[in-house]
Design a protein around this ligand. Structure first.
Ligand SMILES: Cc1cc2nc3c(=O)[nH]c(=O)nc-3n(C[C@H](O)[C@H](O)[C@H](O)COP(=O)(O)OP(=O)(O)OC[C@H]3O[C@@H](n4cnc5c(N)ncnc54)[C@H](O)[C@@H]3O)c2cc1C
Length: 514
């Protein structure tokens, strides 16, 4: 009998790859170092019993819209995959009491805009969205292999013509601020949309980031958002169940310590006290860890590229158990899945520069997730869970941009940063502190300690800046997930098409195995 296909890491890419392969009759074993599967897609009672918090990812829209779900959605539903649809995906809280909110009801969205010209532009963008998203979605769904890419480019050029194809290429290189300034006149609206760049590694002035505000604005308007019923781990549990139903295994507390190879071919994996033979391995690891496990690949350029792979600044998470809803000054904000707290595009740009310089930002941009408003199963009756991200923070602290926090280690800085975050939310929601029943702060280094792929708390496992995206993710010549070692494939957020729950790299890799 053939050796099983071994998959390192039970992150969403590893699980998706395993589920697709197992469903097609392959024998698979997923090996996970942590005590539970899921990686960044887990849900746990982090604060108090009965309060289920998404440890990392909360928004499962990318997973719901993934190629994997298009193929296996029906079977996943049988394994318990259940989404909660949300019709008010996001809002931006600016001057206290003022906000812009995107709802699937376009009139409701437009009622929060100040400019008549922007309302017209928004409608025009919506009209063009279905055609345009086909092209952009097609690109994100194309493996970076010569044949597939050539087919995509040919199809795009045939469909759009030269001028429109070049305009699309230009848009893909544009920064959030440039696109937003060219498109909208109200600075509030520009701010509200630019925030989506900050979810990744695209501060307002970084080339290549415009696509994210665009996709999230139009996607949010057209489709809203989805979260997992009971927690983001609904996806993880359904994937594990599907893998096991097809005879595969997901083995936790199994850290892979070495990837064995000889003569340019993978031969197996070494775990503590055990060696497993294999001729096909999928590794869902951050490049520096992949290199650590390989030793030398035999290709010096590959090894240097893995070593020099760039990570983005970190994230700090704050999970709260609340005695009731957030007392937003603008009460409507209580109806949105994400409330972004950040007053201007310039503040976001400054925050990014501060984090890159090693400074704790004076005004981090906050993503305040309110999952239990839409899914009451996540908290006891009448109570709420709150999921807060501070974007972006440095992994190594050189100082404080506000010159208030003297700590230079995260163990010491976590508490004062928590207070800074709470104060920023309280400006928008006076009295929040009085509703807190339990809290868990997670520093960027805590994130990394739990999942080594989140290097320095980098939630996207590697910057998506243009020089490390598309054909350059994770490295030129290896954007199809191949490595110099035959039989060893890279998957995970560090690989094209990058971070998020869409699990594109896991699915692409699985589909290469017939
Ligand atoms: C705080 C945070 C919030 C996020 N929010 C969202 C969101 O709302 N929506 C969204 O779409 N995306 C979000 N993301 C991004 C998204 O969750 C990730 O990009 C994605 O889940 C990464 O999946 P992955 O397959 O690369 O594996 P990972 O999630 O990185 O998992 C890798 C797994 O490999 C294991 N592992 C590592 N080394 C070894 C080893 N040597 N042996 C065995 N196992 C090993 C790890 O323990 C881990 O379980 C968020 C990420 C973070 C961190």
């Amino acid at each position: 009998m053939a050796d099983p296909i071994l998959i390192i890491g039970a992150g969403i890419n590893g699980l998706v790859a395993a589920a697709d392969l197992a469903a097609r009759g392959h024998k698979v074993r997923v090996l996970e170092r942590g005590p539970t599967p899921g990686g960044a897609v887990r849900t746990e009672e982090l604060t108090l019993p009965g309060f289920r918090h998404d440890v990392a990812a909360m928004n499962l829209s990318m997973f719901a819209g993934s190629a994997f779900m298009a193929k296996h959605g029906e079977e996943m539903a049988k394994h318990g995959m259940d989404f909660v649809p949300i019709d008010r995906p996001f809002a931006q809280a600016m001057e206290p009491g003022d906000y812009i909110g995107v709802s699937t009801d376009v009139e409701e969205t437009l009622a929060t805009f100040a400019s008549e010209a922007d309302k017209t532009t928004w409608r025009d963008l919506m009209q063009a969205f279905p055609a345009r998203v086909g092209t952009i979605g097609g690109l994100l769904g194309t493996p970076m292999r010569r044949g597939a890419l050539a087919k995509f480019l040919w199809k795009t050029w045939r469909g759009l013509g030269t001028a429109e194809s070049l305009e699309t290429a230009r848009f893909l290189m544009t920064s959030p601020r440039d696109w937003l300034e060219d498109t909208f006149e109200d600075p509030r609206l520009r701010t509200a949309l630019s925030t989506w760049g900050m979810h990744l590694d695209f501060a307002p002035d970084i080339a290549g980031g415009a696509i994210f505000p665009y996709l999230e604005a139009m996607g949010g308007q057209a489709m809203g958002m989805v979260i997992g019923k009971g927690g983001a781990d609904a996806a993880t549990k359904a994937l594990v169940s599907m893998i096991e139903a097809h005879g595969g295994t997901v083995e936790c507390n199994c850290e892979v310590e070495e990837i064995l190879h000889a003569g340019g071919k993978v031969t197996g994996l070494r775990l503590a006290g055990e060696t497993i033979k294999a001729s096909t391995v999928f590794a869902g690891l951050a490049p520096k860890h992949l290199l650590r496990l390989i030793g030398r690949s035999g290709d010096a350029r590959f090894d240097t590229g893995m070593k020099k792979f760039r990570h983005a600044p970190g994230t700090m998470m704050l999970h709260l158990a609340l005695d009731g809803p957030v007392p937003w000054k603008a009460q409507e904000l209580g109806k949105f899945a994400y409330v972004h707290v950040g007053r201007s595009i310039d503040t976001a740009a400054r925050t990014y520069a501060q984090a890159r310089a090693g400074l704790l930002p004076d005004t981090p941009l906050l993503v305040v997730g309110q999952p239990s408003v839409f899914d009451p199963t996540r908290a006891p009756d009448g109570k709420q869970t709150l999921w807060v991200q501070a974007r972006v923070v440095p992994a190594e602290i050189a100082g404080d941009a506000k010159a208030e926090i003297t700590a230079t280690t995260w163990d010491e800085a976590k508490e004062p940063m928590t207070e800074r975050i709470l104060s920023l939310i309280e400006e928008q929601a006076p009295g929040l502190r009085g509703r807190i029943l339990g809290a868990k702060a997670v520093s960027p280094l805590d994130l990394e300690a739990e999942n080594p792929n989140l290097v320095g708390g980098d939630q996207i496992c590697g910057s998506h800046h243009l020089t490390q995206n598309f054909l350059f993710r994770p490295l030129r010549g290896f954007a199809d997930g191949s490595t110099p070692i035959k039989g060893l494939n890279m998957i995970g957020a560090a690989c094209w098409p990058g971070a998020g729950t869409g699990a594109g790299s896991g699915f692409f890799a699985a589909e290469t195995i017939k």
